[in-house]
Design a protein around this ligand. Structure first.
Ligand code: SF4
Length: 204
């Protein structure tokens, strides 16, 4: 878990979250990340709503701005990609113990979800991704991404992770010359993480 703090943005309504993403995207163009991140935190009362201190909330929003900005810069190239992967964090599984019936294949490396729980986020996103023509990987960490992207020669990728990991992934995408789109986790942690399905649908 790259951040030293836990955040939870799931208390935001869908419309408030959309405005937050849109504003972050517009701010990204200005490059004045830190000044505007502080304003955004205040405007959305993010520190109070999430229980984060101001510095943590600003870090979170700065990363959100950077990811949104990268998404818009890479969008056109990404849309032309025909061979796409969707990388889902394993911590979004509804169970992290034996109750999860997924098989782990260390060769890929990825969990293969066996759809044991209808309302499990990983189950839902797996079905959605496959419907949209993606190869879906449920990965135990960001370090697995490079092997997957290289082995299958993908030319487009959507990743779901916390803002910090998505930022680190930008260097990898640059190195591999692959356009990507990032969906930031709305709740981070080692288990029970969450992301916004509507935000994902818009990017796929
Ligand atoms: S639906 Fe898939 S990921 Fe979720 S608990 Fe079951 S096997 Fe694991």
């Amino acid at each position: 878990m790259p951040y030293g703090f836990i955040y939870d943005l799931t208390k935001f309504s869908q419309s408030a979250f959309n405005i937050l993403l849109q504003t972050a995207c517009e701010i990204g163009v200005t490059k004045l990340f830190s000044i505007n991140a502080k304003r955004l935190v205040k405007f959305f009362n993010l520190d109070q709503l999430t229980g984060l201190n101001l510095a943590e909330a600003v870090t979170l929003v700065e990363d959100l701005i950077e990811v949104q900005n990268a998404n818009s810069l890479q969008r056109k190239r990404f849309e032309k990609a025909e061979n796409r992967a969707l990388l889902v964090p394993h911590c979004a599984r509804s169970h992290m113990d034996r109750q999860c019936m997924a098989d782990f294949n260390p060769e890929i490396p990825s969990y293969n979800c066996n759809s044991c729980q209808e309302d499990c986020l990983v189950n839902k996103v797996g079905k959605l991704g496959k419907e949209k023509g993606y190869d879906v990987y449920v990965i135990p960490g960001g370090s697995c991404a490079e092997k997957i992207l290289r082995d299958k020669k993908y030319n487009g990728v959507v990743g779901i992770a916390c803002g910090h990991e998505l930022k680190m992934a930008l260097d990898l995408l640059k190195k591999l010359d692959i356009p990507g789109q990032g969906v930031i986790l709305t709740r981070n942690g080692c288990a029970n993480t969450n992301f916004n399905m509507e935000s994902l649908k818009r990017l796929l």
